[in-house]
Design a protein around this ligand. Structure first.
Ligand code: NDP
Ligand code: GDR
Length: 329
């Protein structure tokens, strides 16, 4: 086992891309699991955006295929495994509850099993989520706050979370779980509210659309930058003892306010453009998430570096550039 080899599932996603870049800069050899797609041209577009696509060794595979996971781990023999792959869109999890359970829940159990069988000395990171807190039991959520999942996605993540704790306690795996609050970036999927807003702002500013339809504007989230959050993942894996950590900024803001900042940055007024469409409401909502990252600060020395305003500006500017470029093509 080489101490500088990392294996990432979900390497083509937002966090996988930022984590790959972070690890490459630290001198790691980075391997990733690639879900086969018929559209080869869009594969790894985030890795290309960060200029690292040719620096990562990709292995075909799927989180639902245990034997494939065992084989790839036997071949790569990584020192660190980061399980970031998931059906990660909460709204879709009501349309695809079983797939979400299979990938987001059982998929994590598959990776844990593969590590236990193929490379039990390997350190493991699980991408847990603040969605597990769901119907809020305490106004500010820490590692000690009880969970109450409100979607098939959150229920699947909770299973994966407890499997991580259980494999640590049962088999002595160095398995940590990062309970990450929402984190965004220009690489965020377009279906998530922040990117939907910044993409909408860019299109409205450049005259390509008039209106932006959203769902619940009163929901509040503790939003940070993905670039900051991948460092917390790595720090967890470097600790002598594995554990679970909340990763958050400690500030919470409504969707309405995020939206207001984004429109204002482009010199627009959201009241002229935003409407509420019930198609974007959810069968059960998580109204407020507000994290307490004290443990991460004290034990990992980690703190969010990017402010919400900086995040919004980076995302709006990136979307303005992207939409302008697409217009010229
Ligand atoms: P993304 O949705 O951007 O990325 C998900 C990744 O999972 C993609 O690489 C996707 O591959 C891959 N994937 C999906 N299904 C499978 C499968 N069956 N087999 C193999 N790979 C698969 O998510 P993020 O990067 O935003 O999030 C990373 C992880 O962190 C996820 O587990 C998410 O649930 C969790 N999380 C995210 C938070 C956030 O705010 N971003 C907060 C808390 C937790 P493909 O490119 O082929 O679609
Ligand atoms: P979330 O992110 O569900 O918190 O999950 P999302 O951006 O989808 O929703 C955040 C909040 O915004 C409200 N909202 C809308 N959401 C979307 N997608 N589209 C809309 O038009 C819209 N209007 C209002 C939602 O109702 C919600 O309250 C993300 C994912 O990355 C998960 O994988 C991760 O685990 C959690 O963050 C932490």
């Amino acid at each position: 086992m080489n101490s500088k080899i990392a294996f990432i599932t979900g390497v083509t996603g937002q966090d996988g891309a930022y984590l790959s870049k972070f690890l490459l800069e630290k001198g790691y050899e980075v391997h990733g699991l690639l879900r086969r797609s018929a559209s080869a041209d869009v594969v790894g577009s985030r890795l290309k955006w960060l200029g690292i696509a040719d620096k990562i060794v990709l292995h075909d595979g799927n989180l639902t295929d245990l034997s494939g996971l065992i084989r790839v781990l036997q071949e790569v023999r990584p020192a660190e495994v980061y399980n970031l792959a998931a059906q990660s869109f909460v709204k879709s999890s009501w349309q695809q509850p079983l797939l979400t359970g299979n990938v987001t829940g059982m998929g994590a159990a598959n990776v844990l099993e593969a590590v236990r069988i193929a490379c039990p000395e390997t350190r493991f990171y699980q991408a847990s989520s603040s969605e597990m807190f769901g119907l809020i039991q305490e106004p500010i959520q820490s590692e000690k706050t009880p969970f109450y999942p409100r979607s098939p996605y959150a229920a699947a993540k909770l299973y994966a979370h407890w499997m991580t704790v259980n494999y640590r306690e049962s088999f002595g795996l160095h398995a940590s779980s990062g309970i990450l609050f929402n984190h965004e970036s220009p690489l965020r999927g377009i279906e998530f509210v922040t990117r939907k807003i910044t993409d909408g702002v860019a299109r409205i500013k450049l005259g390509l659309q008039e209106k932006l339809a959203l769902g619940n504007l009163d929901a509040k989230r503790d939003w940070g930058h993905a670039r900051d959050y991948v460092e917390a993942m790595w720090l967890m894996v470097q600790q002598d003892t594995a554990s679970d950590y909340v990763v958050a900024t400690g500030k919470t803001v409504s969707v309405r306010d995020f939206c207001k900042f984004a429109f204002e940055h482009a010199g627009l007024d959201m009241e002229d453009h935003v409407s509420v469409d019930e198609r974007f409401l959810r069968p059960a909502e998580v109204e407020v998430l507000h994290g307490n990252p004290t443990k991460a600060k004290e034990k990992l020395g980690w703190e969010a570096k990017t402010s919400l305003k900086e995040l919004v500006i980076e995302m709006v500017e990136a979307d303005l550039e992207r939409v302008r470029r697409d217009q010229h093509l």
